[in-house]
Design a protein around this ligand. Structure first.
Ligand SMILES: Nc1ncnc2c1ncn2[C@@H]1O[C@H](COP(=O)(O)OP(=O)(O)OP(=O)(O)O)[C@@H](O)[C@H]1O
Ligand SMILES: [Mg+2]
Length: 370
């Protein structure tokens, strides 16, 4: 922003210091002047009525007001000039010292403007207004830097994941060109699978950004109905993996986007099925209204999860230890990130707790509506 240059804060502070000093000095001199006047009556006092009396001491010189004025005023003016000069010099030095931290903060802001986010002010000394400003600035830089790093990581991961299906398609096409005798139907089928994976991934990324942005229409939704719908869709997958899928609980109303809330339940239940025991596992989906909140719990058996791994699972592109890659489950590591972002956009919370016997308990709490 271009602004008209004005007098610097240092100059203004200096002038204020000097002005105050001058004013205080003038007031003090005025008080002294009034005080002196009380002892010096008007008119000449050199000869009194008793002055001629014999034996009286010779008359003393007594100053009158004019004499006093003559003696006092030049001295007072000198004192004021001295105070002015002293105030200006002292004020300039003091203001410079006071404003020095501000210069450091401005320098840091300029460096940030030029793209350096790693710079910190790290102001030393006791806590005061400048120290607080600089600390606030430092912590803002810290958050900004980690946010930018996270975004860069996200973009790199997304690009990497999107490149994979494209690279596979190119290999398939290259092979087909070199070997015209290859089965065309099989080629088309494999290309379709790879293509679907790329579309799924792109849709997941779009969904993630939509959840993050919020701003979708909200309506009253019953989580238990959504849970039923998700379970119905995923039942064939559970059966193929010989997993018992159960939906329990009662109505749990909340306000939000039915489409996005269905995505939450679908992702959680799909995870619960896919990351379960190879056979004989169970998945329980439970909904309830509790303490003014609408709660959804998805619990599954499975392998034991290291507790330190669990909090990181909601990060985008974070996959667990096992690598399951089947037709139903490409496993990019976006499922829980999407759940987390949608839950946040609905002002809710997502809790992941590893079950002692193995598997995971995921709890979503959303603001309830009566
Ligand atoms: N219910 C669960 N039980 C056990 N492990 C789980 C469960 N849900 C998630 N995980 C672990 O967390 C990881 C991240 O899950 P997430 O849903 O984000 O990605 P994904 O399932 O691997 O891939 P996708 O993007 O297709 O969902 C999984 O790879 C898995 O290791
Ligand atoms: Mg998943």
């Amino acid at each position: 922003m271009d602004r008209r240059p004005g007098p610097s804060a240092r100059l203004r502070l200096t002038v204020s210091y000097a002005g105050f000093l001058l004013l205080a000095g003038a007031l003090l001199l005025a008080v002294v002047w009034v005080f002196l006047l009380r002892y010096v009556p008007d008119g000449a006092l050199t000869a009194g009525p008793g002055a001629a009396l014999p034996g009286a001491p010779p008359p003393r010189f007594m100053p009158n007001r004019t004499d006093l004025q003559r003696a006092f005023l030049p001295r007072a003016a000198q004192a004021l000039v001295f105070l002015l000069v002293f105030g200006l010099l002292g004020g300039w030095v003091l203001a410079g010292r006071m404003l020095a931290p501000l210069t450091r903060i401005t320098d840091a802001a300029r460096m940030t403007e030029n793209g350096s986010l790693s710079h910190r002010i790290r102001m030393k000394g006791r806590r005061d207004e400048f120290r607080e400003l600089s600390d606030a600035f430092d912590s803002m830089l810290e958050r900004l830097e980690s946010h930018v790093a996270e975004q860069q990581r996200f973009a790199a991961n997304a690009a990497h994941e999107l490149r994979t299906p494209l690279a596979i398609s190119r290999t398939l096409l290259d092979v087909a060109r070199q070997d015209p005798a290859q089965d065309r139907d099989e080629l088309i089928e494999r290309l379709r699978t790879v293509n679907r994976r790329a579309i799924d991934l792109t849709e997941a990324l779009l969904l993630l950004s939509r959840g993050d942005r919020g701003g979708f229409p909200r309506e009253s939704v019953d989580l238990s109905l959504i849970a039923e719908e998700a379970a119905e869709t995923l039942l064939p997958l559970a059966e193929r993996r010989r997993i018992v899928l159960e939906v329990t609980g009662g109505a749990a109303r909340t306000g939000g986007s039915p489409e996005l809330l269905l995505r939450i339940v679908t992702n959680l239940v799909q995870n619960a099925i896919v990351h379960n025991l190879p056979a004989g596992g169970t998945v329980t989906v439970h909904t309830e209204a509790h303490d003014g909140a609408s709660v959804l719990r998805v619990e599954n058996t499975g392998r034991r999860l290291p507790p330190e791994l669990v909090p990181t699972l909601t990060e985008p592109f974070r996959r667990g230890t096992e690598r399951v890659r089947t037709d139903e489950h490409s496993g990019v590591g976006l499922g829980l990130a999407i759940v987390h972002s949608i839950v946040r956009a609905h002002d809710g919370t997502l809790d992941l707790v590893p079950r002692p016997g193995g598997g995971l308990l995921a709890t979503v709490r959303l603001p309830g509506t009566p």
